[in-house]
Design a protein. Structure first.
Lengths: 435, 252
């Protein structure tokens, strides 16, 4: 009955058929060899009745969704002749000839200007002309492609973002795991060595004490011996040296003993008696103790310290002695760091130690932050290792923080982390789980 | 957002405005099986129906495991239930213009997401910002519905509501993934809830183009809503899994 211009149009036409608009074009181009009788416009949107519009309306603009047009035409000289040539300028490149037709349909026209021309096949025939415009739909708007691209880029960006975040998290987890394993093996090694050293060291200490007593006894009995003065002086000198040597052996033996004792503490991190503990109270108590302890050792020691406490902190089952020991150690380190920083900085520097206690779902978090010297990034992951210290020789064994780490992580199944920036701050975070 | 199987999707597909479902209404050309076998629309209808009722599954599982759920998940459960009720009212009343309900669903979505994510975040400042922003978005939706776009149109404020929820999801998911205390992400219900929200709203953003799509191509329109139905089913699947995993939730 009618033609559909191309395969694409045919496909769309099968899915869309809603409303018909009719334009009466009688009277157009009377001198032409053909006359356009009707123009029917199919809309893909509204279900409506057949509408007549003013045929004399020049150059009508159809909405983008009324882009199905059917032209019906007739030969003005002989209405029985049905051979025509037609062309839709704006779509067709050349005239199309049909031998037995009176109508043609164009489906799914894009937005733009069009001129429909039709003429009979008689030589010198003038075409009938009808011009119209199809308004462009959203796809013809300049912004639609950038908008769609932006939309898809946004989705892709989010996927990439979360992928990177996930990879970063996995890497961090891996590092933490390696660090934990390393710490565990170092602790085992430390306690193993300590156990091995302890027995021979006990012998050294005990026999050095015994030897010292024996030497002192001999020295006491020297006067009662029947020896000449020259020999007596000689023996006395020898005994004095011996006593002095024994005292040194004993002194350093005791020192080594205390280090071994510290090393062995790692194996006893879970031995403390557990009871319901108020962390706020514990923090305040040990913070004051540390501050005053440090103040007695250092002259002109003045540091601002404060506790920002979560008042709803629940009491949890921990060993208060062990946790107190951890707190004391960390507070001491914090005060030491700010004191060192104070020595390097000018008078405007205000040393400050802040302790935060927080309570989130089934865990208590304690953060100790100081604005001291900070820790260099290359040694940050070593500070919990046994025997690692940044203090000058003789001021620290390097066992304090490693013991703290063990008490928190192994003794109380918690977590302990450090973040720091050189010259700015150090923050030690401890998390204790409960429930 | 969770509602869309019973809300927004229904708006478009329960009574698709331009798709002839009844043979009596169908023009002759569509009765030609060779030309138009009608399979796509049938498949789409079934898919939308599944998406519609998929929301019931997380609600049932969530109700059964209610005692294990932390506050945030209970907010989600409450939100889903409200959405189901509104959907039920819409279905029973056979309200013709689904766009009006779209505004209602947008308000519920924004309120639910804001309440949930503000409970989840520990930052007081972030919580205040979320509350304030959610109030602004709700006011914007109301103004759009009543004065600007009108109740019968799918206003752009619905898209703004979605963008707001996407921002909340991205913010929370970032915070969540940076939390080193969470041992296994996939065991955490909140991850699945956020993924469900995020996916749904990202795809749902495309709704701003839907009016143009329906004008442009019916089959494209149906395909988009079929895809959206799958996304909706996926989202409800995420919620279902999240409720199932609610015992493992780690808050921070």
């Amino acid at each position: 009955m009618f033609w559909i211009k191309n395969a694409r149009c045919k496909l769309l036409f099968t899915g869309i058929f809603l409303f018909v608009l009719c334009v009466d074009t009688k009277g157009q181009k009377t001198s032409a060899s053909a006359k356009i009788l009707n123009i029917k416009v199919l809309s893909i949107l509204r279900d409506s009745a057949f509408i007549m519009v003013d045929s004399l309306s020049p150059h009508p603009t159809f909405p983008y969704d009324q882009n199905y047009l059917m032209f019906q035409f007739v030969n003005t000289n002989d209405s029985t002749k049905k051979s025509f040539s037609y062309l839709l300028a704006g779509l067709d490149y050349e005239w199309i000839t049909c031998r037995s037709c009176s109508q043609v349909q164009y489906a799914h026209l894009d937005g733009g200007e069009y001129i429909f021309k039709v003429k009979s096949l008689e030589p010198g025939a003038e075409p009938a002309v009808y011009s119209f415009k199809i308004a462009g739909n959203i796809w013809h708007q300049w912004w639609i492609v950038p908008m769609l691209m932006l939309y898809f880029l946004f989705i892709i960006g989010l996927v990439v973002y979360f992928f990177v975040l996930y990879q970063f998290r996995q890497k961090l987890k891996e590092q933490r795991l390696i660090h934990k394993e390393k710490m565990n093996s170092m602790t085992e090694l430390t306690t193993g060595i300590a156990h091995e050293i302890q027995n021979p060291l006990n012998f050294v200490n005990n026999f050095s004490e015994l030897s010292l007593e024996l030497a002192q006894d001999i020295k006491g009995e020297l006067d009662s011996l029947d020896v000449n003065d020259k020999d007596r002086i000689y023996i006395d000198d020898m005994l004095s040296d011996l006593i002095q040597n024994q005292q040194k052996i004993n002194h350093h033996g005791q020192q080594a003993g205390s280090i071994v004792k510290g090393m062995l503490e790692h194996s006893r991190v879970t031995s403390g008696e557990r009871e319901l503990t108020d962390f706020n109270q514990l923090v305040n108590e040990y913070l004051k103790r540390s501050y005053h302890g440090f103040g007695t050792k250092e002259k002109d020691f003045k540091v601002e310290y404060e506790t920002i406490a979560d008042v709803n902190l629940p009491k949890i089952m921990v060993s208060p002695q062990d946790v107190g020991r951890v707190l004391l150690n960390i507070f001491n380190n914090a005060f030491y760091a700010v004191n060192e920083q104070k020595k390097q900085k000018d008078a405007s520097y205000l040393p400050k130690v802040t302790v935060f206690t927080e309570h989130t779902d089934k865990k208590i978090v304690i953060k100790v932050r100081d604005n001291g010297t900070g820790i260099s990034p290359d040694i940050l992951d070593k500070i919990f290792q046994p025997f690692f210290t940044t203090k000058p020789a003789g001021q620290g064994t390097g066992l304090g923080l490693s013991l703290c780490y063990d008490i928190v992580t192994r003794g109380h199944s918690g977590e302990m982390y450090v973040t720091s920036q050189v010259g700015q701050f150090t923050e030690i975070t401890m998390r204790f789980h409960y429930g | 957002m969770a509602s869309r199987p019973l809300g927004q999707t229904v708006r478009h597909l329960r009574q698709p405005p331009d798709i002839h479902r009844n043979a009596a209404e169908t023009p002759d050309v569509f009765r030609n099986k060779k030309l138009f076998p009608m399979k796509l629309i049938d498949f789409a209808t079934y898919l939308v129906a599944i998406a519609m009722y998929a929301v019931v599954a997380p609600i049932v599982v969530g109700s059964l495991l209610f005692k294990y759920q932390p506050k945030a998940i209970r907010i989600l459960l409450a939100g889903l239930t409200v959405i189901l009720i509104v959907d039920g009212i819409m279905y029973l009343s056979d309200y013709q213009n689904k766009n009006t309900f779209l505004y209602v669903f947008s308000v519920i979505d924004v309120a639910m997401a804001s309440a949930m994510f503000s409970v989840l975040t520990n930052r007081q400042f972030a919580r205040r910002v979320i509350y304030l922003a959610s109030v602004l978005v709700i006011v914007l939706i109301a103004l759009d519905a009543l004065y600007w776009s009108g109740l019968t149109q799918n206003g752009y404020s619905n898209a703004i509501g979605k963008v707001f929820i996407i921002i909340l999801c991205v913010f929370y998911l970032t915070e969540f993934m940076q939390n080193e205390e969470i041992p296994r992400l996939r065991d955490q219900p909140i991850l699945w809830i956020t993924v469900g929200f995020l996916t749904y709203n990202l795809i749902g953003l495309f709704d701003v183009f839907s009016t143009q799509i329906v004008s442009y191509s019916q089959s494209l329109y149906i395909q988009f809503y079929m895809f959206w139905s799958i996304v909706t089913i996926f989202m409800n699947g995420c919620f279902l899994f999240a409720f199932w995993q609610s015992k493992n939730m780690v808050n921070h």
